[in-house]
Design a protein around this ligand. Sequence first.
Ligand code: BJW
Length: 252
Amino acid sequence: MTFARPSSRLLDLLRGDEPVLVLTGAGISAESGLATFRGPGGIWEGHEPGSLATPEAFARDPLTVWRFYAWRRARALAARPNAAHEAIAALERRSGEFLLATQNVDGLHARAGSRRVVELHGTLWRLRCSADGSEREDLREDLGPLPPRCACGALLRPAVVWFGEALPAEAFGSAIRAAERARLVLVIGTSGLVHPAASIPVAASRSGAWVVEINPESTPLSEIADERLAGPAAGVLPAVLEAAFGAQEAHR
Ligand code: BJW
């Protein structure tokens, strides 16, 4: 399959040593078999976000919310990073100043080898005590009887960011600082509808970064993008890196 050709500006920025920021959303994991949220076949097509991804829903019906997240954990565990996750990890290895800000909670970027990552919407792989807020890593395939409980007896919740909750201040602050310094921003697989994450490329654009959107569909962020590469990330991203560095070198 052939995709739109990357501009010479993009290729020069990739080959150079300027700060790079990558923002990803659910679309990057679509080719790993994980559903996106919006659009046909999306998670929110069959599920009402207000009854699954809000603190109020958890307070009202923790079992239903936990069944949803136990299913998401099982799907994520069975999934593998795809060529787009791997291309971002390869780009990080080539880059000096680099940050990956992901809205995804599936952990696939880390499994692909990305290291400089901030998780804007938290992660499926940490649990938080609803009484004292303490967190612990939990990678188990089977959480046992749902909803899981803390040793103190209180309910545990997934350490993800639900609607109406603040993003982790450190992660969001790092992403905004990186946006203000970046010369190149890749916006991959996000509908750009959820704030404040969607404001990150806008901040970068205002600071003069070259913003490239990789997505088969246009989004509200297409308006501020300097370049759009329309297509699935697992096809487009490796092709862009190969155009910049050659087929042999691109994946090192
Ligand atoms: C491909 C592809 C392929 C397909 N390759 N691409 C300003 C305006 C309006 C509203 C607000 C605002 N500011 C805040 C709000 C409210 C709200 C919000 O944004 N609402 C809008 C939806 C209307 N935001 C919040 O509530 C946030 N918190 C907040 O603002 O707090 C304020 C506060 C401050 C201080 C104290 C207290 C409060 C929190 C937002 C949390 C979002 N949480 C979720 C769930 C996380 C846990 C979980 O995973 O279950 O995060 S919702 C869901 O949407 C998830 C995602 O991370 C997020 C973004 O979705 P994403 O990744 O963009 O996916 P999709 O499905 O939307 O798009 C996929 C894209 O991929 C599409 O474009 C496809 O075309 C593309 N694609 N295949 C490349 N192969």
